[in-house]
Design a protein around this ligand. Structure first.
Ligand SMILES: Nc1nc2c(c(=O)[nH]1)N[C@H]1C(S)=C(S)[C@@H](COP(=O)(O)OP(=O)(O)OC[C@H]3O[C@@H](n4cnc5c(=O)[nH]c(N)nc54)[C@H](O)[C@@H]3O)O[C@H]1N2
Ligand SMILES: Nc1nc2c(c(=O)[nH]1)N[C@H]1C(S)=C(S)[C@@H](COP(=O)(O)OP(=O)(O)OC[C@H]3O[C@@H](n4cnc5c(=O)[nH]c(N)nc54)[C@H](O)[C@@H]3O)O[C@H]1N2
Ligand SMILES: [Mo]
Length: 555
């Protein structure tokens, strides 16, 4: 998601979930919304019922295809060819928005020159989508007043993930679909609070509120409050940390709420990296595959056992309230971090309490309760300066919310872009890094299903969920299954240059010939034993959506 950060600063939806219902066209690309964001998919289905046009671009026949006016079944990894050829048609047929381009953007000329070669014929050749469908999609998207783009990992988890996101931004700018209701560029974020984590500075280039760590003024502001020098260099991404652990440049690691062994690409590599550490701390609510490798495990409390805030994909900061007591020695993450930092001699709380004028008890060098930490956040992050627990009480607030009287912001960029004008970015098509060959003739793409959550630490403890989705599987087309001599439900072995897994085959028409699909939920058949850890050069996301594999009957 960092890809979008480079464009818009945060990776959140530009518009609100509620607005989906009033869109005239919805373009859903690389998002299995029904299974990964069911609540948002309900709005999309409602919009379609109200007459909105729905375009779905996905290699798989995902459930949303059933509601689509147009399904663009592209080959994995070819989104730029598809998007560029759609934009070629939009320009050719004068369906773009010249006044928006003139008033609010930069770089149009260079960008449009780059589109010249991307005829619908070339688009079809690369993506496999028939050229007439590319033309129809272009017309459908560009001819409506309010058209929104919704995307997720089918767009980002590629070595050209950042360029994919630029391409989506180009389409929105070309058609003037930013800065108004029921339109926009909308990445549907993943975990309940991944947006909040990013807002709090959990990316290596920023402090809370997307304030650049390389900006001296920013550092001075935080140093003054925190009473400690702040490094002036951008840190490592979690994906780059793996390489640094293998090289021995990184010797100690503190993992908080991540089951890295199963969730990072190229599992044997990840395990080698973790084993090469001198010291590993894992703070989790369960003893995961990763926690088992740790020197110290800190038991944490779950979402239902603590107070605080979560921020969702539409930038809405919401209260979370403690409903049950934590078991055993588990403590909430804030308390654990506070205890550690006071042992380390940090004592910035007093200063913050003074500066915010928020008179409340703090114990030792740490906060006594989460509302105090929230005060600090709002004090240091201009986009949240107007928020308080009291104001969040009912249905939360969407940032930017710069002062106490500000009602929050349902959609961004109404009165301009952060940089004044938005840039078009010329992007060209580049194939995925590992393409099928005679030894590994199929493309594997990985993801999720409706029932399970990620590495299964939480959902696989539920008997009800296991009863319906407890079995690891790989989707294969009937054509390929016949070719390899595999029947439905038979056990197969899928292997790549990095590993092999055995699991059940699901033969059908969800994936096209040439493509396999595997969810990464199952530790007994981990998809990431196969995936390629090669990274996008800008945002450092791995190519989890494309690698080359072969499939054989298990024998
Ligand atoms: N049930 C459930 N819901 C979840 C999660 C979960 O684990 N389980 N996880 C949450 C998290 S953290 C996230 S990030 C989101 C992820 O949400 P999604 O990104 O919607 O989830 P994925 O299953 O990874 O689906 C990606 C989609 O992209 C398609 N795809 C693959 N390759 C390409 C390509 O090259 N181009 C295009 N256009 N499409 C492609 C796949 O067929 C699939 O439909 O889900 C969130 N919601
Ligand atoms: N092949 C493949 N790999 C992928 C993806 C893919 O599409 N394909 N998707 C990627 C994406 S988008 C994501 S987001 C990652 C997800 O990867 P992870 O984040 O590693 O997956 P989870 O299983 O959600 O692990 C979260 C951990 O946090 C713990 N936890 C839950 N609540 C709390 C809490 O309140 N406090 C603490 N301390 N711990 C808690 C859980 O027990 C769990 O062990 O996987 C990535 N990996
Ligand atoms: Mo995610």
């Amino acid at each position: 998601m960092a890809g979008l950060s480079t464009v818009f600063g945060s990776g959140a939806m530009s518009n609100s979930i509620e607005e989906i219902e009033d869109a005239q066209t919805l373009f859903v690309i690389g998002s299995n919304t029904t299974e990964a964001h069911p609540d948002i998919a309900i709005r999309m289905k409602k919009a379609a019922k109200n007459g909105a046009k729905l375009i779905v671009a996905d290699p798989r026949k995902i459930p949303l295809v059933q509601y689509a006016d147009l399904w663009l079944r592209l080959r994995p990894g070819t989104d730029i060819a598809l998007l560029n050829s759609m934009m070629h048609v939009i320009l050719e047929e004068n369906l773009h928005d010249p006044s928006f381009i003139e008033e609010r953007t930069n770089g149009f000329d260079d960008f449009s020159r780059g589109l010249k070669e991307f005829t619908p014929e070339l688009g079809e050749k690369i993506s496999g989508v028939p050229k007439d469908d590319i033309i129809r999609a272009a017309r459908m998207f560009a001819s409506s007043e309010r058209a929104g783009i919704y995307y997720t990992l089918g767009i980002t988890q590629h070595t050209h993930g950042t360029n994919n996101v630029f391409s989506i931004a180009n389409l929105a700018l070309l058609t003037g679909n930013l800065g108004k209701e029921s339109a926009g560029v909308n990445p549907l974020r993943g975990q309940n609070n991944v947006q909040g984590a990013c807002d709090m500075g959990c990316t290596p280039d920023v402090l809370p509120g997307y304030q650049k760590v390389t900006d001296q003024k920013v550092r001075e502001k935080f140093e003054e409050m925190w009473g400690r020098p702040i490094p002036d260099k951008v840190g490592l991404t979690s994906t780059d940390m793996i390489g640094a652990m293998i090289d021995g440049r990184l010797k100690g690691l503190y993992v908080m709420g991540e089951n890295s062994v199963l969730s990072h690409a190229h599992m044997s590599h990840t395990i080698q990296a973790l084993e090469n550490l001198d010291f590993l701390v894992v703070q989790d609510i369960f003893l995961t595959e990763t926690a088992k490798l740790a020197d110290v495990v800190l038991p944490a409390a779950s979402f239902a056992e603590k107070n605080g805030t979560f921020t969702n994909t539409e930038r809405r900061v919401q209260r979370v309230r403690k409903a049950i007591q934590s078991p055993g020695e588990a403590l909430d993450d804030l308390t654990i971090i506070g205890m550690l930092s006071s042992r380390m001699g940090y004592d910035h709380v007093r200063k913050i309490v003074q500066a915010t004028g928020f008179q409340a008890l703090s114990s030792g060098g740490r906060y006594a309760y989460p509302e105090q930490a929230f005060r600090e956040v709002c004090f240091l992050s201009p986009a949240m300066a107007g928020m308080t627990y009291l104001r969040l009480a009912e249905k939360g607030l969407q940032w930017p919310c710069p002062d106490q009287d500000h009602p929050g912001t349902p959609f961004l960029f109404k009165d301009g872009f952060p940089k004044g004008r938005a840039d078009f970015t010329r992007v060209s098509y580049e194939p995925s890094r590992e393409l099928p060959d005679s030894e590994y003739p199929l493309v594997l793409t990985t993801g999720r299903n409706l029932y399970q959550y990620h590495t299964g630490t939480m959902t696989r403890k539920s008997k009800a969920i296991e009863a319906v989705a407890g079995q690891a599987y790989v989707e294969i087309s009937s054509t390929d299954a016949e070719h390899v001599g595999i029947g439905n439900s038979e056990m197969v072995t899928v292997s790549s240059r990095r590993g092999a897994v055995s699991l059940q085959a699901r033969v059908g028409n969800i994936v096209p010939p040439g493509v396999l699909y595997m969810p990464f939920h199952y530790a007994e058949a981990p998809a990431n034993a196969l995936t390629n850890s090669v990274l996008d050069p800008i945002c450092r996301i791995p190519e989890l959506k494309v690698c080359a594999v072969k499939i054989e009957k298990s024998g």
